[in-house]
Design a protein around this ligand. Sequence first.
Ligand SMILES: [Zn+2]
Length: 300
Amino acid sequence: MHRGEGKSKRHPLRRLQLDRNKITRPSLSPLSPTGIPKIRHALSLTSSPEAEPQRTAYQFSSLFFQKLPLELRRMVYAEALGGKVVHFTSLPRRRLGHFLCREAGQGRGTKREGGWGCACRINDSRVYKRMDGMVLALLLTCRQAYSESIEFLYTHTTFSILYTPHLLHLSLLLPAPRLSSIRTLCIRWHIRGLPYYTRPGRPGVAFPEDTAHWQRLWQIIANLQGLRDLYVVLVDINWKEQWLALEKTLLEPVKLVVRPERFELVLPWEESDVGIDVGASACRLRRPPRVMDEEEGEDW
Ligand SMILES: [Zn+2]
């Protein structure tokens, strides 16, 4: 999970993942803590099918479980595990790491609050903080604590994607119940090869992989069962004329995203059409504010 981690230090959360795609199976949970002794028994209710049946022993000797009713324990879990904005980063051997947004909490109610207008860069992730291992250790104290608290790690965390392949990776890494627990998702989506673009006089789309990636990611977003808040910023610096010509086609997959109650999609160009029909989606189309350019410069 981390730099310098040897093969002998296999991670305790290794078994928490569900293998839904054996070909592209990632090796670790992206939100795993560090420095925690290996646990031999799976904690997750959705571990791999070959895992032995596990029992949850009641923690009679624990004052935390004895004195606090579940309602209060859930408040503790929400406070301890929630409220964070998490970015992801690629690690060797198809692993996915995370780091905390350095600007989260700066300006409540603004785009920075959710990390979707922040200046974090995945290439600089080594200097950023990770989620506190001691906080995450709460999950590993016992199976009862894990079972009661794991949902808060997903429902109360803002997932902020800076590089769209990480979202694809995440959808393969996390078990379906965890994916369904994600409530808030922010995406900074850089357009590389323009989807659906066809070069004059040539058959087929010019960038079939980018087109498939575009369609698949929107499908993944549409399938996030518990998603409530979605913020997407599209960044395109190369295809202005072509983007504007294809904009209606490009936004067709957006119609699939009907679950979020709040969905803002910032289009890449000032000339973009914010009146395009988005069907049953709650999507609100926006143009990139000028203030972004002044504040963020080329970061957007
Ligand atoms: Zn950030």
